[in-house]
Design a protein around this ligand. Structure first.
Ligand code: NAD
Length: 314
């Protein structure tokens, strides 16, 4: 394998690949399981014993350390909580880039800040590895079913090498551009989502004050210019969309703490890049207050109830 980041040539469906999977939590566990199901050899590591147990039950071979897993691998997937975890795990003389054979393909599927993602790519390149940032949407259900959307940043070659493996874990794979572009797409999308959920929630609360039924507002807005995913797929009030978390007491789904994490990433990126995101900032402030009142573990659409309470106070 050439130094400088050329990816392995034959990966994916028709070729048994040795994959190290680091971070086997709510998302990583089922994603690793789908790679096992496709016939790949998956060596896994996590710091949490419960995550290791879960992965073992899915056929992942447990390694003694992340470095030991990576030393054997053609491809390394990381699915860790945040940018600082990814950079700490991969970089430095005791990190995963140093432990891997030159020419290993690194796929980071964690949702992290764009600056850390770019640092990850730089360090991978310096160590002679190929790399993509490949965050996902679709949640734990999508990870389990292998129907995630992957938003990918990296060179054409690295994307081409990663794609067959990503297709085993997801159903839509989008090459968004160069290093960090996957993370950029992820946080822009989730900023839209945070803002639109608040917009829909405020409209329902205002409608209640005006004597409008939820169903009437839904029937109009879902076929008018107010139509959006937060309304028609994930309606924050019970009734109009039976599958939305509002119908099961806001059990996530997508927890408010994760929405807040992504909104904060969007605001860090807005500040660094000089973008004006007034509504993104307002959504971040509202989700910060919502989460601080003990709602971190609720589905993010539960913010409608909090908005209703605030309306009653005024
Ligand atoms: P999680 O907390 O369940 O899993 C993360 C795992 O990483 C944990 O098991 C933890 O022990 C492990 N870990 C941390 N540091 C480690 C290290 N140095 N070495 C080995 N293991 C380490 O989180 P999750 O829900 O699986 O999310 C993972 C990433 O995916 C996050 O960035 C999250 O924002 C993103 N994401 C989550 C969802 C979701 O619905 N859960 C959806 C899309 C994206």
């Amino acid at each position: 394998m050439e130094k400088g980041g050329s990816p392995p040539a034959a990966l994916g469906r028709n070729h048994m690949t040795t994959i190290a999977f680091i971070g086997l939590g709510n998302m990583g566990g089922p994603m690793a399981g789908n790679l096992v199901k496709a016939g790949h050899s998956v060596l896994g590591f996590d710091l949490a014993p419960a995550a290791l147990e879960g992965a073992k039950a899915r056929g992942v071979v447990l390694a003694d350390s992340a470095r030991a897993a990576v030393a054997e691998a053609d491809v390394v997937v990381t699915m860790l909580p945040s940018g600082k975890h990814v950079v700490a795990a991969t970089s430095g003389s005791d990190g995963l880039f140093a432990a891997a054979r030159p020419g290993t393909l690194f796929i980071d599927s964690s949702t992290i800040d764009v600056a850390s993602a770019r640092a990850f790519h730089e360090a991978a390149k310096t160590a002679g590895h190929a790399s993509v940032d490949a965050p996902v949407s679709g949640g734990v259900g999508g990870a389990e079913a292998g129907t995630l959307t992957f938003m990918v940043g990296g060179t054409d070659d690295a994307f081409g090498a990663a794609r067959p493996l990503l297709e085993l874990m997801g159903k839509k794979i989008v090459h968004c551009g160069g290093a960090g572009s996957g993370q950029a797409a992820k946080i822009c999308n989730n900023m839209i989502l945070g803002i639109s959920m608040i917009a829909v929630s405020e409209a329902f609360v205002l409608g209640e004050k005006l004597g409008l039924s939820h169903q009437a507002l839904y029937d109009v807005a879902s076929t008018s210019s107010g139509q959006c995913w937060s309304l028609t797929t994930y309606c924050p009030v019970p009734g109009p969309v039976p599958t939305s978390p509002a119908n099961r007491n806001y059990v996530p789904g997508f927890a408010a703490a994760l929405m807040l994490k992504d909104l904060k990433l969007s605001q860090d990126a807005a500040e660094t890049s000089g973008a004006a995101t007034a509504l993104g900032a307002a959504a971040t402030a509202l989700y910060t207050a919502f989460a601080a009142e003990g709602n971190e573990g609720k589905d993010f659409s539960g913010i409608v109830e909090w908005i209703r309470t605030r309306a009653d106070e005024t």
